[in-house]
Structures are given as structure tokens and as C-alpha cells.
Design a protein around this ligand. Sequence first.
Ligand SMILES: Cc1ncc(COP(=O)(O)O)c(C=O)c1O
Length: 403
Amino acid sequence: MTGVESSDKLRRIHSDIRGEAYQRALAMERAGVEVLKLNTGNPASFGFGMPDSVRRALLANADRAVAYCDPQGMPEARQALVDYHRRQGLQDIDIGDIFIGNGVSELAPMVCSSVLSAGDELLMPAPSYSLWSNAAYLAGGKPVFYVCDEAAGWYPDLDDIARKITPRTKAVLLINPNNPTGQVYAPALVERVAALCRRHGLLLISDEIYDRLIMDGVPFQSAGAVAPDIPVVTLNGLSKSHIICGFRCGWAVVSGPRAQTAQLRDCLLKLASLRLCGNALTQLVIPAAMADEASTRAMLVPGGRFWEQREAACRAMDQLGCIRYLKPQAAFYVFPRIMDPDKIKDDRHFAVDLLEAKHILLVPGSGFDWPAPDHFRLVLLPEPKRLYRAILDVGDFLEGYRQ
Ligand SMILES: Cc1ncc(COP(=O)(O)O)c(C=O)c1O
């Protein structure tokens, strides 16, 4: 026997967030080197704690989580989510439209498997959080990337989306607020994407996991609210807004005309049933978390950590002549551009070189399906002073760097 052959379904799967540079960083840490890991959006690893509301709900109810629960999720948790999404403008939904899972990371492959047959296409942004391209590949489908235009506030290029629609296109994905760019799309843009889906009979998938992490009063438009007449799947979760990434708590909401979404809801239920149920412990905290908007908001205003870290990062980036960036409006990421195209031919190589020289781990832009080696993503989660120093260190490295 020559060994176990791997499935070709995994040939295209990639995760640069935990890729080559990350493995190298782990090896450095094992050898006693301190590495500042700016690769994952995992607030708890930077000293953020869960809100008291969540801790209290967890401790008070833990005994109720020992049995398998409903594969779609506990009814009271789903009701709290229905109430939340109705406030966001999704009017005609009930608990039958909510699917709670072990993070959006579990639900994205379920959504893709439900709608993509072999060779079907899912239009998704570039740059893009790689969960979605991986989910499309695993489902046997094909991610087709539309451009988000840096010169236009990183907004999706609608003409590019329209040009790339083919008879195999099944859905358009929006990530709003966006990872890695940190931008929030204006309501008019969301409406135009919905109009495109309406015109071409496409499902609209909207990953809105950062909708509670918007700063500066920038308005947010949930996609399902402007498209009650077409099928929409909205994804969201508590990992970031309530600092409980490790709990694995996310959900999908199916909205739109019921006759048009019946098969999709059947497929999602079938897949949800295969894994019996989502983690019941995390579902117990959903009602308390959705009632606690204050703890999230406190992090997003002057004096709050997310806000102060973003400001410190911008102050540091403003001093670097070698990069340009668009100030993030939400979440805790920035996607700067390296201005000298001759410096970097291979951005994965750049990430490893930076790691070795400065002990800072970041994610190369190509890890977000960005086609040129001229961007990188920084996670803005360390305390402001540390983050500020780290960004100056990145600038210092870039000044003298050539490939
Ligand atoms: C855009 C986006 N969607 C989904 C996820 C995954 O979230 P979860 O923790 O719910 O699996 C992330 C995590 O960083 C993300 O950035």
C-alpha cells in the first residue's frame, strides 16, 4: 500500500490565517521566542473577557445543556434571534427560519452544500474571508471573485459582479461589515446588490457577523431587510460581539418568499440533523447576549478598546511612507497596501521574513484571495501602545525590504 490518498475535494482548500507563517510562528514559540500573533480575530487571546451577562447566563443554565437539543437550535434562543433580526428589518421571519450552529464557520459549508451542485458558482468578494471560498470548494462548487475596489472605499464593483454572472451562478455573497477591509457598505449599495440578485434570480448570502461592531455611527443595512421579496441567507454570531469565539456560536436566518426558500430550509435542516445539534451550552447564552448591547458598544467608543486600538493603529500607519490604508469603520482589521510594487513579489514569503525579523505574525493579502502580492491584513487587537509599536516595527522592516 502506498499510503492513504487524499481526496481531491481538498486540493483547493487553504487557510493562510493558519498557514505556513503561522506554523513557523508556533515553532518559534516552542523554541522560546515571543511572537506577536496578529493573524486571527480572537479578542480573548488579547485579554478581552466575556461580558458578565454571558457568564451569568452560562452558569445559571448549564444543567439545561446536557441533552441533545433541537437540530435547528433551542426555541428560546431562536426567538431571541428572530427578535434581533426583526429589529434589523427582517420582518417576515419566525423561529423556523433560524438555524443555530457551531459558529458561522459551520454554517457557511452547510449553506454552500445546500445550494451548490458540482460546478455551480458562488460570486464572492476579493478580498474575502477564506471561509467562504473553502466552503464553496468543499461543496463541489466554484468561487468566482468579484472585485472590491480600494479606490472606491473597498466597495463591491457592481459591474464586475454583473459581468461574472453565468448560467452556473447560484448566489452572490456579501461580507458586510467586511473582513479584511473593515468597511461598511452604504444602504444604497446593499440595495443595488439585492436588485442584481432579483434581476438574475440569485440567492443573496450576507455574512453580517460584524454588524454589532460598527464605529463612528456609520449606518448599517441588513441585506434581508431591503430584499423581502427574494431568498436571502443572513449569517451572524456571538464570537466577536460578545468575545466568545471559543464557544462556537453562530446562526443563519433564511428570509424571503417561503415557497422559494422551502427547499433551502429542508436542506439546511437535513444537514443540521446530521450533526444532531449545535453546542447547547452556547445557545443558553443567546437570549442574555442579545439583550446586552451595552457591553459591545462600550468597546466601540472613545475610551473603549476597539476604538482606541483602531486609533492607535491609524496614528502609527500614518507615519509609514511605504503603505496606504483605508481607515476601518468596523471590526478590528485593516488591509493596508504596500506602495512599492517592486518590494514584494511573493507576499507569503514576506510574511515569513517579517516574522523572522520582527517576531510579528500577519496574514498576506493572498490569503484573502487578493490577486496581487501588495496587501496584508493586520488584526488590531493588542493594547493600543503595543499595537502602535508593532506597526512601527512593520514599517521599519518594510523600509529596507526587497525580494
Ligand atoms: C467574515 C467572517 N465570517 C465568519 C467568521 C467565523 O465566525 P465564527 O466564529 O462564528 O465561526 C469570521 C471569523 O473571523 C469572519 O471574519
